[in-house]
Design a protein around this ligand. Structure first.
Ligand code: MSP
Length: 492
């Protein structure tokens, strides 16, 4: 059982922001879930360091480009630590292993590559060629400025892949998700594909194209190749094939086309295995506006984590909106989530049940459940199976919804069963009620573990649960001694 998940590799032209953290945390949640479910996981992230945009940023900063890349790439590594990414690899496109891998990929495309000359518009910010008819008021559709370019270039025969791609989408209806995005891609491909310029000759911050003196690769070829480099291409083809077959590329909606059209065409041409799915997520605005340096509303992930704690941010990003849609990041909305969902619902449940267990001297396990406790017990034991179905669709928001259903159910159960009264009147019933509640808290802790690893870790610790595998959920407690809990989300 092998599973691979990737984030886009981030351009090192600027500092990391919440949009970068978002894609990375999404991939991290998927990776952690699969590991807990017993899969062998490869989770890769990294930095995209070639191309005009990065070269110009280095120049503007008055720095040597290699040095500039070292410094900015490190900031993305640091972000990874701050948001607790569990990545197995961090790839830089300037690394030797990647240069070798990209060059090998290029060689394998040879039958579909020809030399010609390119003349047209290029947007350095998007690192993309813009067809004349797509210009809007002389700019790229993204609003980025374009510049005229004329040079000798190698081309990839993308036009030859139109039918094969359409056939592939048809046979693999879940290749592109969410479904609305799939329709966009299909109509783009149906409208006709042009051959793609894949080398630059008037510019040299890139990987030299093999057998093409004076040319460096178009940055997107080199960038996309990172996914197979990380899996060991070209040495370890077997691993590349096995992992790619069950690989999810998490990408932002604006780079879907590169992943869902160009990348599969390159892989088909090179005779390599295509990934299982490209999942395109939406964009975050900040306090109702597009994030921009000039407005000054760019959310710095490290700052926000310091202010509110990591787990609340990880929770908020995937609870506030459906994964795939756009959302607005606002501190008010975040505070509401912390106060209602985290402190009131989750925090209180754990606190009141485990404190009570302490008060009566520990859990006296009793699994002879009757009609009162059975539904809660069943829901707890069935939680992971429900999450599995949702996580396989990358429905992260749905998964949190499911976990919170169990939290609400548990809180209602406490209110209804009133353990504090049972303690006076019916001790054996109390044992049943608390056993069922501890079962639900343990299941909840496992459910939230991929999303909020620290919070889950605290609950596991209170309950002396190892917390390494979902299998632990199916083992009955045996009169455990728990530790006294402390509030998970203390109110300021
Ligand atoms: N280097 C390319 C990706 C190559 S992958 C083979 C790139 N890098 S990027 O740094 O510009 O963007 C990385 C990701 O950040 C994109 O997926 C993009 O969607 C995401 N985001 C950038 N701003 C964002 C928001 N405001 N909200 C959510 N995600 C956003 O593109």
């Amino acid at each position: 059982m092998k599973f691979c998940v990737t984030t886009p590799i981030y351009y090192v032209n600027g500092d990391p922001h919440i949009g970068h953290a978002y894609a990375s945390i999404a991939a991290d949640i998927l990776a952690r879930f699969k590991r807990l479910d017993g899969w062998e996981v490869h989770f890769c992230t990294g930095t995209d360091e070639h191309g005009i945009k990065v070269a110009r940023s280095a120049e503007a900063a008055g720095m040597d480009v290699n040095k500039f890349c070292d410094v900015t790439s490190q900031k993305f590594r640091d972000l990874g630590k701050a948001i607790k990414l569990s990545n197995d690899d961090f790839i830089r496109t300037t690394e030797e292993r990647h240069i070798a891998s990209s060059r090998e990929l290029w060689r394998r495309l040879a039958k579909d590559v020809y030399k010609d000359s390119y003349s047209g518009w290029y947007s350095a910010r998007d690192e993309e060629y813009v067809p004349e008819e797509d210009l809007v008021d002389g700019k790229a559709p993204s609003g980025a400025p374009v510049e005229w370019m004329e040079e000798e270039s190698y081309f990839f025969r993308l036009s030859a892949y139109q039918d094969r791609l359409l056939e592939f989408y048809e046979k693999n209806p879940d290749f592109i998700a969410p479904a609305s995005r799939r329709n966009e891609v299909v109509s783009f491909v149906k409208s006709g594909l042009r051959d793609l310029s894949i080398s630059r000759s008037k510019f040299d911050w890139g990987i030299p194209s093999p057998d093409a003196p004076g040319h460096v690769m178009y940055v997107w070829i080199d960038a996309l190749a990172n996914y197979v480099t990380s899996l060991g291409f070209p040495e370890n083809i077997e691993r590349v094939s096995e992992m790619m077959a069950n690989c999810i590329h998490v990408v932002g909606k604006e780079i879907l086309r590169f992943h869902a059209v160009y990348w599969p065409a390159f892989l088909m041409s090179a005779g390599l295995t295509l990934p299982k799915r490209i999942f395109a997520h939406g964009w975050w605005t900040s306090e109702g506006q597009k994030m921009s340096k000039s407005i000054g509303n760019v959310v710095d992930p490290q700052e926000i984590v310091e202010k509110y704690g990591l787990d609340p941010i990880r929770y908020f990003l995937f609870r506030e909106i459906r994964f795939g849609e756009d959302g607005d990041f606002s501190e008010n909305a975040l505070r509401r989530r912390i106060s209602y969902d985290l402190a009131n619902d989750l925090g209180n449940l754990v606190q009141r049940v485990l404190t009570f267990v302490q008060k009566i001297g520990g859990l006296r396990v009793n699994y002879d459940f009757g009609a009162d406790e059975r539904p809660l017990f069943d829901d707890s034991r069935n939680l992971v199976e429900k999450l599995r179905v949702l996580m396989d669709k990358q429905d992260l928001n749905g998964a949190l919804g499911e976990i919170w259903r169990l939290i609400s159910f548990s809180n209602r159960f406490v209110d209804h069963m009133k353990p504090w009264e049972l303690a006076k009147t019916n001790e054996s019933k109390l044992d049943l009620v608390l056993t069922a509640l501890c079962e639900s808290i343990r299941a909840i802790a496992f459910g939230i573990a991929p999303f909020m690893p620290d919070t889950a870790g605290k609950i596991f610790d209170f309950m002396n649960v190892e917390g390494k595998s979902f299998r632990e959920i199916n083992v009955n407690f045996t009169n455990p001694t728990f530790k006294p809990p402390f509030p998970l989300f203390p109110k300021e």
